[in-house]
Design a protein around this ligand. Structure first.
Ligand SMILES: NC(=O)c1ncn([C@@H]2O[C@H](COP(=O)(O)O)[C@@H](O)[C@H]2O)c1NC=O
Length: 208
């Protein structure tokens, strides 16, 4: 099934929260995820001229906001340039719900041939939120993560936040999760993916 881009948000059986962003693409498959700095992961076309063919295919898909005062990292993961807007608002001190609401309604769905929705996730050791904005729908939802389970949210076919979109997770590391999601036969047109996990020893990342 072609879900397009999707996010997976969950907790390992050991209780480590994580998010995975997977790029699936029919139109622009020649892209990679790249760590730009310690707190930023970007999706970039291999041929940089493609950047000018479509404004929606190049963006930071992950930003980590460090709150040193409260010793907390907050991870923002999305399918577009809303990543930076959401992260900036969280950095300014807005509650996550407000940062997501303002950014998602401000950026809106993509004005492409498919009216592609924007999907976003925000996660730290205390709370987790999922959000989407489509042409005829918008939702921001705080979700309770359970050990050994994850929610998924995609641009096509599964653009919903519901307990029906839940999968079991029996993998331990960010690397195992990225590998499984890239190689999963059910998810068509794999291009690249990035997993970011919060562990007792800090942030663990895996880019494929
Ligand atoms: N975020 C992305 O990586 C991304 N890749 C493609 N799109 C948009 O979705 C349209 C359909 O792309 P595709 O045929 O690869 O599913 C593209 O024309 C583009 O407007 C994207 N925008 C949203 O998902």
């Amino acid at each position: 099934m072609y879900l397009g881009r999707f996010l997976i948000l969950g907790k390992t059986e050991e209780g480590n929260p994580f998010v995975t962003y997977r790029v699936s693409s029919r139109s622009f498959p020649n892209r990679v995820s790249k760590e730009m700095d310690e707190n930023t992961i970007a999706i970039i076309p291999k041929d940089l001229e493609e950047i000018f063919k479509n404004t929606y295919i190049t963006y930071n898909c992950v930003k980590i906001v460090n709150d040193e005062k409260n010793d907390m990292d907050t991870i923002v993961a999305t399918n577009g340039s809303q990543t930076d807007i959401i992260a900036d608002k969280i950095k300014l001190g807005l509650p996550i719900r407000d940062a997501l609401s303002l950014s998602m309604i401000g950026m809106d769905y993509e004005k492409d041939d498919y009216n592609t929705p924007r999907i976003s996730v925000v996660l730290n050791k205390e709370e987790a939120y999922m959000a989407y904005v489509a042409k005829d729908d918008i939702r921001i939802k705080k979700v309770d993560l359970e050990e050994g389970n994850a929610y998924y949210l995609s641009v096509y076919e599964a653009c919903k936040i519901t307990s029906h979109q839940k999968i079991a997770v029996d993998l331990k590391t960010a690397e195992e999760i990225s590998k499984n999601i890239m190689e999963h036969e059910y998810f068509e047109n794999p291009v690249t993916c990035a997993t970011v996990m919060i562990t007792e020893n800090g942030i663990e990342k895996s880019l494929l």
